[in-house]
Design a binder for this molecule. Structure first.
Ligand SMILES: *[C@@H]1O[C@H](CO)[C@@H](O)[C@H](O)[C@H]1NC(C)=O
Length: 295
């Protein structure tokens, strides 16, 4: 019940902020001819982003950078490129280590995606969605205490009791220095993906088995969710085709706000400061960043 109470309070908090946020300026170009826009903060004004570009038969994980706190973005380099017909390279995510080095995680199916395969490419992230065959995915946590040299055994924490696809995981702490974490993900069987939240009271060591539906219905898809904490508010976003669009294309929404209507896809968010954030989305083959500020 405590979980439900917490989440209900959370949802009320989210709803309470429905009137308070203000769209700041128009959408900023994040990555031309790119998709899966994601970003992290490196320092006070410097942000590092990534997109996947599909051009000349190659799939390329490209980095983009902003040195003005997200107001403009320029390409800086390539993490990896592969011939699209031969290898799957997509959905990158940068992670900065305490020593300043940057790891890049990205999707790769070289070793297949069925049960028993162990694609090491996945294991540089702490949280990821693992293919379990026939459309299924589980949410996985792995931890390393030596900057990624050694990793504890993987643990599935959502999806292991269903054959549904529990995918596109995003995780946030509920408050500074809190041990409470929320993980948001899409889950679906037979087409209707919905977005759920689960909670860990102790920094991911254990997860409550109860999941709470955040958004979704049986006649449309809601997926590609993201969660960030902006000051004292938690903001959850998703892509949904409840108003039209051929999945996985839909509109990007958070709370009751539409960031971008049809077509938008592969959405994420990045915190700018304790009042503002960027909502990232691809639309028509180009990735954009839209800033929001809480009044
Ligand atoms: C495509 O990827 C292959 C394999 O990494 C690389 O050798 C080639 O240079 C790439 N082509 C382009 C146009 O980037």
């Amino acid at each position: 019940m405590r979980l439900l109470t917490t989440l209900i309070l959370l949802l009320i908090a989210l709803l309470a902020t429905a009137q308070a946020h203000i769209k700041s300026g128009s959408a900023i170009l994040f990555g031309k001819s790119g998709t899966y826009p994601r970003a992290i903060r490196l320092s006070r004004t410097s942000l590092l982003g990534t997109i996947t570009e599909h051009a000349s038969g190659n799939s390329t994980i490209t980095t983009v950078r902003s040195t003005d706190n997200g107001q403009s973005w320029t390409p800086i380099g390539t993490v990896t490129t592969e011939i699209s017909a031969g290898e799957d390279v997509d959905n990158g995510y940068p992670h900065q280590m305490p020593d300043g080095n940057i790891l890049y995680a990205f999707r790769n199916h070289d070793l297949g995606n069925s049960v028993g395969n162990d694609p090491t490419h996945y294991h540089i992230t702490l949280y990821y969605s693992q293919e379990t065959g026939s459309g299924g995915q589980d949410s996985i946590i792995r931890t390393s205490t030596d900057s990624g040299k050694m990793w504890a055994a993987l643990r599935a924490f959502t999806g292991q009791t269903t054959s549904a696809r529990n995918g596109m995981l995003s995780v946030a702490y509920t408050a500074p220095k809190s041990a409470i974490k929320l993980a948001i993900f899409e889950s679906g069987i037979s087409g209707a993906f919905k977005v759920y939240v689960v909670r860990s009271p102790n920094d991911g060591a254990m997860w409550d088995p109860e999941r709470t539906l955040l958004h979704g219905g049986d006649s449309f898809n809601t997926g590609a969710p993201w969660i960030i904490r902006v000051g004292d508010k938690l903001v959850a976003s998703c892509t949904t085709n409840e108003d039209g669009g051929e999945w996985p294309t839909g509109a990007m929404k958070f709370d009751k706000t539409t960031v971008h209507g049809l077509p938008a896809m592969w959405t994420s968010m990045i915190l700018l400061d304790d009042k503002s954030f960027l909502a990232l989305y691809e639309s028509g083959g180009t990735s954009f960043a839209q800033m929001y500020t809480f009044a």
